[in-house]
Unconditional design. Structure first.
Lengths: 309, 309
C-alpha cells in the first residue's frame, strides 16, 4: 500500500482526455487538497451582489483524475473516506435560477459561516449546525464523447451530494472507462438531505481516502455503506417535520420545504431566505410513502437539537 | 381531562355524514381498538391465491370519527401518541397493480409475520425486523361532497403512512370541517420510509392518544414532532444504501429499490419478492439531492443491524 498526495491542478469538466494526476493500486491511500466549489470566489469578503456576476467556469474545481491500475468497465471502485478536515470558513449561496425553490427566491443571497473549532457553525445565535464534512462530488469519469459539466450527477457518481459519504463510509462506483479516472471535489462541512437551496456549507477541506478495486462487480449506480447511525449527535432531541402531500414528488418536496421555512419564521423568527439556507444545511428530505396512489408524502425534517434561539 | 375508549363500528370512507363515535374535549385521551387494514381477511390462514379475489370494500376499516368540541376550519388538531400495542400476528402483501414496483411484481404475494413477544419479527432467519408500531392512517375528515376512499392521503392527513408517528410523537392536522372528525386506522407494526411494496407489517393494535386543539393555528398540510432519534435501536450498525440517479424522483426511487432488491439477493440470497417485502418494512427512502439539475439522487437505506443471515 502506498500513500499519495494530490494538490492539483484542478479540472472542471468530466473529460476522458484529462491526463491522470496520479496512478494508484488497489488499497492505496490518497490525501487530496480540495478547493471549495467556488474556487474561493464566494469566500469572504464576497457579497451577494458579487455572486450575481461571478464566472461560472470557475465552479466545481475537482482534484484528479486518479488512474486506478487494472480498473475496467464492469468493475467497481470503492472509495473509503478515512479523514476529512474542513477549513475554518464556509459559505452557502442562493443563486438565481438554482435550488429547489428557485421561483420563490429569485434574488442572490450569500451566507458566510465561521467554522473555527471544527465542531459547529453558529447561525445568527438561533441555531448551531454540527459539522459533518463530506465531499459532494466523488465520481469516476463518464464515458462521454464531449466534456460534461460537473453539476448533474450520473450513474458514475459525481455530484451526488449525499451527506452520508462522511468519515468511515465506503462509496462504491461503477467504472465506466479503463483506469476509472476518479476525481473528487465540492467539499461540504454540513448538509441536509436534499441540499434544498442548492448549496451546503461549502468549505475547502483536506480529504484522505483509501481506494479499492473490485473486479467484475457490476453496479448500475453508486452504492454506499455507512459505519454507524447517520445522525449521531444531531437527532437526540427529535425532529420537527413538515409534510408535502400530492401526486408529484417534486411538488411535494417543495411544499414540505415551504412549510418548514414558514415554521422557522413563526417559531424562531428566522427570515425566509435564512430559513431556506438553514434547511439546506441541516434539514432532511425523506419519502414517507410513495404507494398510496395518487398522492405521495415527502417530509422535511428539522433536527431540534440544533435550535438554540 | 377524560379518558375514552372506542372499539367500533368501523367506517371505510371519508364522509362528513358519518355520525361521530365520540365527542372529546381539548386534552382528552382516547384508546382505540384498531383493526388491521384488511379487516383480518389477510390474517392466517389467508394465502396469496386468496388475496387475488378479496373484497376491496373491506379494506381500511377506520375507528371514529371523533368529534373534537370547538374545532373549526382554520384550527389545528394535535394527536399525541401515548401508547401502541400491536397484536401478535401481521402480514405484508404484494397486490397486483399496487406498490412502487407494480410492473416488476405482477403476481400476488402474502407474507405472514409472527409478532409474539412484541420486539422483533423474524424474516426467514435472514433478518430480524424491530417492531416500531404506528398508525398509517390518522386524519381529520376532508370537506368533500362525495365520500372518498381512504387510500390516498391529503392535506387533511389520512393515509400518510409516516413511520415516525410512533409513541411519543405529536401529529398536527389542519381541521377541515367543524368538529374535526378525527379517525385512525391501518396500524403497522413496522415500516420503512416509502412503504415500497405498498404494505407495512400490517397488524391490529390497541392505540392510545391524547387530543389537543390549537385554535387559529392554520396549517397547509400535516406536521409532526418526534420525541427523539428516528431510528434508535435500528441504526447502530450503519446502513447499506443503493442509489437511483436521474431526472425523475419517482424513477430514481424505483431504481434505488430495484438495486436494493438485487443487493439483498446477491449478498444474502433473498428471493426478489421477499427482498421487496423486506425493503418495504425495514428500508428507508430519502432524497440525497434535488437541486443538481437535471439529475436527482434518491437512496434506499437498509439498516445493517437487522440482517442476521
Amino acid at each position: 500500500m502506498t500513500r499519495h498526495e494530490v494538490t492539483g491542478p484542478a479540472h472542471r469538466l468530466w473529460n476522458p482526455a484529462h491526463p491522470p494526476a496520479l496512478t494508484v493500486d488497489d488499497g492505496d491511500e490518497v490525501t487530496f487538497a480540495v478547493l471549495d466549489a467556488s474556487d474561493t470566489l464566494f469566500a469572504p469578503p464576497a457579497t451577494a451582489a458579487g455572486i450575481a456576476t461571478f464566472d461560472w467556469d470557475r465552479l466545481y474545481p475537482l482534484v484528479g483524475p486518479i488512474w486506478v491500475a487494472g480498473a475496467e468497465p464492469g468493475d467497481t471502485v470503492e472509495v473509503e473516506v478515512l479523514d476529512i478536515t474542513a477549513g475554518d470558513w464556509g459559505w452557502t449561496a442562493v443563486l438565481p435560477g438554482f435550488g429547489l425553490l428557485a421561483d420563490d427566491f429569485p434574488e442572490p443571497h450569500l451566507h458566510h459561516w465561521d467554522l473555527t473549532g471544527g465542531k459547529y457553525a453558529d447561525f445568527q445565535g438561533l441555531a448551531r449546525v454540527p459539522l459533518r464534512p463530506f465531499c459532494g462530488v466523488v465520481g469516476v469519469c463518464p464515458d462521454t464523447p464531449e466534456p460534461l459539466t460537473v453539476v448533474p450527477p450520473g450513474h458514475f457518481g459525481g455530484n451526488i451530494d449525499c451527506r452520508d459519504v462522511g468519515v468511515g463510509s465506503r462509496l462504491f462506483l461503477p467504472v465506466q472507462l479503463p483506469g476509472a479516472r476518479l476525481s473528487i471535489g465540492d467539499s461540504h462541512a454540513a448538509q441536509g438531505d436534499g441540499e434544498v437551496c442548492g448549496c451546503a456549507i461549502e468549505a475547502p477541506a483536506s480529504v484522505a481516502i483509501r481506494i479499492r478495486l473490485h473486479k467484475d462487480r457490476r453496479l448500475a449506480a453508486p452504492q454506499l455503506q455507512t459505519p454507524g447511525p447517520l445522525r449521531a449527535g444531531i437527532d437526540d432531541a427529535g425532529y420537527y417535520a413538515t409534510m408535502g402531500v400530492g401526486p408529484d414528488l417534486m411538488a411535494a418536496a417543495r411544499d414540505a420545504v415551504r412549510a418548514l421555512i414558514d415554521h422557522l419564521g413563526r417559531t424562531y423568527g428566522v427570515d425566509p431566505v435564512d430559513a431556506y439556507v438553514l434547511a439546506s444545511v441541516a434539514a432532511d428530505l425523506k419519502i414517507s410513502e410513495v404507494v398510496d396512489a395518487p398522492n405521495w408524502v415527502v417530509g422535511a425534517y428539522l433536527p431540534l437539537s440544533i435550535m438554540t434561539g
